[in-house]
Each structure stands twice: as C-alpha cells, then as structure tokens.
Design a protein around this ligand. Structure first.
Ligand code: UT7
Length: 328
C-alpha cells in the first residue's frame, strides 16, 4: 500500500541569519561557509516555540489538502528539538489544529525523522481500516541547542517546519529504515539537567563524555564519512525491493546537511546533480524538516509534478538513515 500526499505546508521563522552575521561572535567568513557547506543563510526562531512552527505548517497543509481536521486519525510530530520532555509536541499540535479524533505522538530519528515519520504513518494507515488521513509534521529549532561558540557546527543549522497530510492509495511506495547506534556519540545533545550528575561520577563513561552539556556536539568528520555512504546505500536497498533503477527516479531529495555530501553521494550513485533538489543555500540544515521543506518548495515551484517518482533520503544523529521512494 502506498500513500497520496494531499497537502504540504511550511512555516519558517521571519528572522534570517546570513553567513556574515556569524562574524559578530565567531571567527568565520562567508567564503568558508559557502564553499565548505553550500549554505548562504538560514532562518532562526525568535519568539516562536517549535510546536508553534509545526502548528502553523500543519494548518497550511490541512487547508491545502482540503480536508476537515476532525477526519485526521493520526498526528506524528518528527523532532529532535522538542520544546518538552513531555507532553509530545504532536499532542499540542493535535489540539491546536483541531484534529480532535487523532492519536498523537512524537518521533525522534533526528535528521531522518521525516522518513521514519512518513513510513510509520503509512503503516498505521495500512493496518487501521478506519483511519482516513494522517498528518506528519517535521518541526525543528536547532538554534536552541546549537553551541554558538563552536564555529564548525553552529553555522550549519537553521529552524523551520513542514507538514504533510496523507491518505492511503495504491501508488508506488517503498522504504528502508536503518540505524547504526555505534555512532550515537558523534552527534548528540544531552537532555537538560542530566549532565551535572554524569560529570560528578568520574568512573562512569556512557560514550558521550565529549559532550557534558545539553548543547549540540558534532564530530563533523565522522558524520560526514557516514553520510556519504548512507545516502547511496539507502537508495540501493530500496532499489533491491522495487526493482526501480536510479534512471527511473525523477527527483532525489536528500537531507540537506552539506552540499559536498550531496555532490559526493550523487557521484557515488552515478546520478547527475540536476536530479537532486537542493535548498541548503537558503535553509541550512533544518534536521527532520529539511526533506519536507525541499519537497514543499519543489512542488510549489512546479518542479515536482504529480505522477513523478521521487526518492527521499535522510541521515543523521543516531546514527539513523533511511529512504522512501514514492510516486508524488
Ligand atoms: O544533519 C546532521 C548531519 N551532519 C552533517 O552531515 C555534518 C557533516 N560534516 C560536515 O559537513 C563537515 O565536517 C563540516 C562542515 C562540519 C566541517 O567541514 P570540514 O571540511 O570537515 O572542516 P574541518 O572540521 O576539517 O575544519 C577545517 C578547518 C579547521 O581549521 P584548521 O584546523 O585547518 O586550521 C577548522 O578550525 O576549518 C576551520 N573551521 C572554520 N573556519 C572558518 C571550522 N569551522 C569554521 C568556520 N569558519 N565556521
């Protein structure tokens, strides 16, 4: 069973941080950031909580889908930067959007979150006859977790949200979800208030000792090495399932982490960059929101059209990775 994407909606904060803006607090320059990452600017949440961005994106998606919120049976919020330990942001968004008949929960698969969320939603729709529509929203405020003293990571991230309403259909759909937890310490942020206790016990090493804080820690080189292999591997695994070759895919939408990762993956896959959707220049890395934001933009611009086959591929903290091939 596949899905039909009925409506997409986004919300990005008004505040924009250019590469030059970073010069105010770290030793960097526009040239380094552009050439090493492909990023020119990113949106930064100001007063908006993360759930608020998710709610706004969801309302647009519901409106575009042309459905009534009461008919939504499931709300999944994909986030690595929740406003709460509890409740789930999905519960808040469920209430705010009027999806009164939905069950609601969050998924944290970091930058692969939307892939995990969309695939989970599809499975719910498949197994629950009474469920008509699902709302999957990816919402992130990386700026609240980034260490603005760490110049190698703070310049990468941006904030934003993107939601989609789906229904079941018999269209093409295949997925691959994976995780390599041995690399969990390469990209991590502790829960607030846990760190001091861990520091006190000097004999205790939980594998995250490089990051005693709740700010984001990244071993960029290790994550880079993982990412350039994860992307083609995930596509190959889906290809094995569907029999579809790379030439039969109209568009590839990779997680927007670094333009060099996307270029290397395109070479490894043997697919020209023309087929890759790239939005990293104006959004930066928005974690789980990056893939749906790129999808939404391409649909709005008329680049991606109904009937086309698209491959969504994510990778990130966990280390998680995975992909979905579907017909739009
Ligand atoms: O969505 C989650 C997934 N995350 C990722 O996919 C991130 C993967 N990793 C990366 O994209 C890259 O590793 C980074 C963009 C994070 C770093 O790029 P790099 O080419 O690996 O740079 P580097 O860390 O090797 O640093 C090279 C030099 C260093 O200076 P020295 O030691 O050669 O003098 C850094 O101190 O660049 C310096 N540097 C900077 N210079 C100016 C690091 N950050 C900056 C900066 N501005 N912002």
């Amino acid at each position: 069973m596949g899905i039909n994407i009925l409506g997409l909606g986004k919300y990005v904060p008004e505040q924009v941080l250019t590469n030059d803006d970073f010069k105010r607090f770290i030793d960097t320059d526009d040239e380094w950031i552009r050439t090493r990452t492909g990023i020119c600017e990113r949106h930064m949440a100001g007063w908006e909580p993360t759930w608020y961005m998710g709610k706004e994106a969801s309302l647009v998606a519901i409106k575009k889908a042309g459905i009534s919120p009461e008919d939504i049976g499931l709300v999944i919020s994909c986030t690595a930067t929740s406003d709460f330990h509890t409740p789930s942001m999905a519960s808040v968004i469920q209430h705010e959007t009027g999806a009164v008949n939905a069950c609601a929960f969050d998924i944290n698969a970091a930058c692969t979150g939307f892939i995990y969320g969309l695939d989970t939603a599809r499975r719910f729709l498949e197994t629950d006859e009474s469920m008509k529509y699902a709302l999957v929203v990816a919402n992130e405020s990386l700026s609240r977790f980034v260490d603005f003293k760490d110049r190698a990571s703070c310049i990468l991230f941006g904030d934003g949200a993107c939601a989609c309403v789906i229904e079941k259909s018999d269209k093409l759909f295949a997925s691959h979800l994976a995780s390599d937890g041995s690399g969990a310490g390469y990209l991590c942020a502790r829960a607030l208030d846990v760190a001091p206790e861990v520091k006190i016990d000097k004999d205790f090493d939980d594998g995250f000792t490089k990051n005693p804080l709740h700010k984001l820690y990244q071993n960029g080189k290790e994550v880079y090495k993982f990412a350039v292999n994860a992307l083609p591997e995930s596509f190959e695994r889906i290809s094995e399932k569907t029999g579809l070759t790379k030439d039969e895919i109209d568009w590839f939408i990779p997680h927007q982490a670094n333009i060099r990762i996307i270029e290397t993956a395109s070479k490894k896959l043997g697919v020209l960059m023309d087929k890759f959707i790239v939005t990293i220049d104006h959004y930066g890395n928005t974690s789980s929101a990056s893939i749906p934001l790129a999808l939404e933009e391409s649909v709005e611009k008329g680049i991606i059209k109904r009937g086309q086959k698209i491959a969504l591929i994510g990778f990130g903290a966990g280390l998680t990775y995975g992909g979905i091939v579907l017909e739009y």
